[in-house]
Design a protein around this ligand. Sequence first.
Ligand code: AMP
Length: 287
Amino acid sequence: MQIIDDIKQMQTLGLEARAAGQTLAFVPTMGYLHSGHLSLLEEGRRRGDRLALSIFVNPTQFGPHEDLDKYPRDFSRDEALARSAGVDWLFYPRADDIYPPDYATYVNVTGGLSEVLEGACRPGHFQGVATVVAKLFNIVQPHLALFGQKDFQQLAVIRRMTDDLNLPVRIVGMPIVREADGLAMSSRNVYLSTEHRRQSLAINQALRLATRKVAEGVTSASVVLDSARSRLQAEPDLMIDYLKVCNSTTLQDTAVIDDSALMLIAVKIGSTRLIDNHLLLQSWPGP
Ligand code: AMP
């Protein structure tokens, strides 16, 4: 595995792989790798002749009062995990190289996808995400890029951007990887105290409860939202940022449950913000 911090060098390697007819798979991350990230790398390794991983804690997707400075980082652990996942190129750029002082170009995905849910709670977040992903695509030159459905809205925004800008990258969405007790894996889980870790189980339990109601025949979004809300509100330190049932294509609210109905949850627990989601007509994975 080669560790690359230079943008030009990464771009040259990507272009050379393309010219040699090799398929280049790419997994962009902010590091502090867990099994969710590793599932993307495994699929990338399966689909690509070459596998690139980026680790970049992207400052433009964090709001002024968010956790950019304390976002967990452990490069040597990530390096070892990347090596054992069969990564060929670990791209680890410096923020000053990605955003030099005269940097002036941003990508905005409009039309409703970016403005709701995470976009409403975190103004500017998706501009930061779309900008860095467009830049990373131009630097790495992948044929395919893998993203987790854990960040469902991010995946939708990136698909829209890739289509709209005619970027020659195939976007692959991958299932949410969960802990044994159902909590969606996240680098931010490390912030949770034992008590908050216990209370955070309400998130996946609320999704599971909603899924069960739908399996039993409930078709009203407000009915499943009520039961999910009650489960979340049973935890004293858990504050709901949003709890929604949306159409999974448009991400607009939906009143009647159909194949595309997606429940999305964002909560704050102490100073940690967690998100999760589930397609309500899909059976719950695992126990
Ligand atoms: P992050 O490092 O949090 O920016 O995540 C990098 C990529 O890993 C994104 O495409 C995420 O959606 C994906 N990811 C994060 N957590 C999970 C998870 N629990 N299961 C599947 N993919 C995930």
